[in-house]
Design a protein around this ligand. Structure first.
Ligand SMILES: Nc1ncnc2c1ncn2[C@@H]1O[C@H](COP(=O)(O)OP(=O)(O)O)[C@@H](O)[C@H]1O
Ligand SMILES: [Mg+2]
Length: 235
């Protein structure tokens, strides 16, 4: 499978801080690629750099072999990259319906069909169609956030810690949804919950202190107690 996304030696500064200091990362079409690493390792900044929110000061980001390193966030989104931020980014005052409708970039027949499909995938969103986003449960907010990114014709979805703060049973649902979304989009997942990451990830990239320190098949990481202990503090 072809590389949909490729980050080469990415450096990113935020203000005076040199946050990313050599990130290499690839996402192949049709796969779930997981970014792993301790708190503060640079996972969120990596996603923000892909989206042009914290642009790289060095290195390159390629999407479908196109150099998007210096593109504006709006253009990057329009190329077909959906972003589900860590704080979910939904509008608390708007209803579920409004949250979805403002997220739609272009009301093509395909997108309207996708909306139907999404409401089957996330029945709660249909059920609470007229409810304010702010009044949904944590799991429902996460579903809405993912639906907002997924509804457009996104070839690639970047999802930042979807399990954060959710109960195990809800995490299970989020996981099932991502497995379903994988049928239509390539997925880059940031996840601290190793059970979830290892269950749905095809490949892993370990980040430490703003640098890529290891990558490979998820099945290899699952068996590598040393790596898990050293960089994730588990095992
Ligand atoms: N706006 C910012 N200003 C200064 N430092 C920041 C900012 N955002 C993130 N950082 C720092 O960058 C590092 C990486 O953060 P982040 O990418 O959020 O890590 P992760 O998502 O892996 O937990 C952390 O040390 C964090 O404190
Ligand atoms: Mg983060």
């Amino acid at each position: 499978m072809q590389n949909l996304l490729k980050l080469h030696n990415i450096h990113t500064h935020i203000g005076q801080y040199h946050i990313l200091q050599g990130i290499d990362f690839e996402a192949k079409e049709g796969e779930v690629s997981v970014l792993l690493g301790r708190n503060g390792a640079g996972k969120t900044t990596t996603l923000k750099t892909i989206m042009g929110l914290t642009p790289a000061s060095n290195g390159s980001v390629h999407f479908f072999n196109q150099d998007i390193t210096k593109k504006a966030t709006y253009d990057i989104a329009n190329l077909g990259i959906g972003y589900v931020p860590e704080d979910q980014g939904i509008f608390g005052q708007l209803t579920v319906e409004e949250n979805l409708k403002v997220a739609i970039r272009k009301e093509t027949p395909e997108v309207m069909e996708k909306l139907e499909y999404i409401l089957e995938l996330f029945p709660d969103l249909k059920k609470f169609w007229k409810k304010a986003g702010g009044n949904l449960s944590g799991g429902q907010k996460q579903m809405l956030a993912m639906a907002r990114a997924f509804v457009n014709d996104s070839k690639l979805l970047l999802i930042d810690e979807p399990s954060k703060g959710l109960a195990p049973i809800v995490i299970e649902k989020v996981m099932e949804a991502i497995v379903e979304m994988k049928k239509q989009s390539t997925i880059v997942l940031v996840e601290q919950n190793f059970l979830m990451a290892s269950n749905i990830g095809d490949t892993y990239t370990l980040i430490d202190d703003g640098r890529t320190v290891h990558r490979g098949a998820m099945s290899d990481l699952i068996q590598n107690e040393e790596l898990k202990q050293k960089y994730l503090g588990i095992g």
